[in-house]
Design a protein around this ligand. Structure first.
Ligand SMILES: Nc1ncnc2c1ncn2[C@@H]1O[C@H](COP(=O)(O)OP(=O)(O)OP(=O)(O)O)[C@@H](O)[C@H]1O
Length: 263
């Protein structure tokens, strides 16, 4: 699949209303994707060598607008591939939209996402430094927090093992522990960071997330669990096929979303 992530034009503009933390204005995101026309591996190899791929433009977000006030905890729901992660990446500044604007103070934003930046051939210890660096931690900060990360992940005794030998639950626990070790920022963006590990770790991680969510920050949280959204959010947004389908109180938005899935 061809990956094209738009032009990098970082906007430093902030919302005009001081009570508003995030303003998303008419955001559209288009990706250029390779059309997979090959019918066999051989044909795919030949097309790649001859650079014979053709591309199509795929619209992942279509004129999405909303604003989030300071201290609000906002849940985002939507089916797989509806554009939720793309939206979070744009708000946090990791992606620049094709059109539209996001007004936010990016220095206050922290995006927590799991499952990126692990190298299976490196040890647990090496991955803490690698993954931490990708999130934006300095080496000194990781040195300081290393023992705390290992203890939270409950991986004492496994840190010199290659991550290839970890179970998927162990990898998620390590990712979660690295991502949540820092102090809660003013604007916290959580992309599906709940439901990791076994039942016992899940309870511990949910408590940690609840602590972060209810610590006074402005929070944007993507979750496939409508009970998480209903139980923790003051507002919900439903994104479907790149469009904003509904926004309002969590109960009515989740009811409408579940109604669509059921029908
Ligand atoms: N870098 C990229 N290049 C091409 N297409 C992309 C890229 N990133 C995302 N997409 C496409 O954009 C669409 C939206 O993806 P996104 O990850 O935002 O969905 P999502 O709602 O977070 O899905 P899920 O619930 O499965 O995590 C998908 O069809 C995806 O394949």
């Amino acid at each position: 699949m061809g990956i094209w992530e738009g032009h990098r034009r970082a906007s430093r503009r902030m919302p005009r209303d001081p009570a508003v933390d995030i303003e998303v204005r008419n955001v559209t995101m288009e990706f250029r994707r390779a059309k997979d026309e090959a019918t066999s591996l051989k044909e795919l190899a030949v097309r790649t060598l001859r650079r014979q791929h053709s591309y199509e433009t795929f619209r992942a977000l279509d004129r999405v607008s909303f604003s989030i006030r300071k201290g609000e905890v906002v849940g985002i729901v939507g089916t797989n591939g509806s554009g939720k992660s793309t939206l979070l990446k744009i708000i946090s500044g990791a992606l620049v939209p094709t059109c539209g604007q996001v007004l936010v103070d990016k220095s206050k934003v922290q995006l927590l996402t799991l499952g990126t930046g692990f190298d299976l051939e490196l040890t647990g210890r090496e991955n803490v430094y690698l993954n931490g660096a990708i999130i934006g931690y300095t080496k000194r900060y990781i040195d300081e927090k290393y023992d705390q990360i290992v203890a939270f992940a409950e991986l004492e005794g496994f840190m010199e093992e290659k991550v290839r030998n970890y179970s998927s639950g162990m990898v998620s626990r390590l990712g979660f522990a690295i991502a949540t070790v820092r102090d809660t920022p003013e604007i916290l963006i959580l992309d599906e960071v709940l439901s990791v590990g076994d039942l016992f770790f899940r309870k511990k991680s949910e408590a940690r997330i609840r602590e972060m969510i209810h610590g006074g920050s402005t929070v944007l949280i993507v979750s496939h669990s409508t009970s998480v959204i209903r139980g923790n959010c003051s507002k919900a947004i439903w994104i479907e096929k790149g469009k904003l389908r509904a926004m309002g109180d969590p109960k009515s938005v989740c009811d409408a979303y579940e109604g669509m899935k059921g029908g």
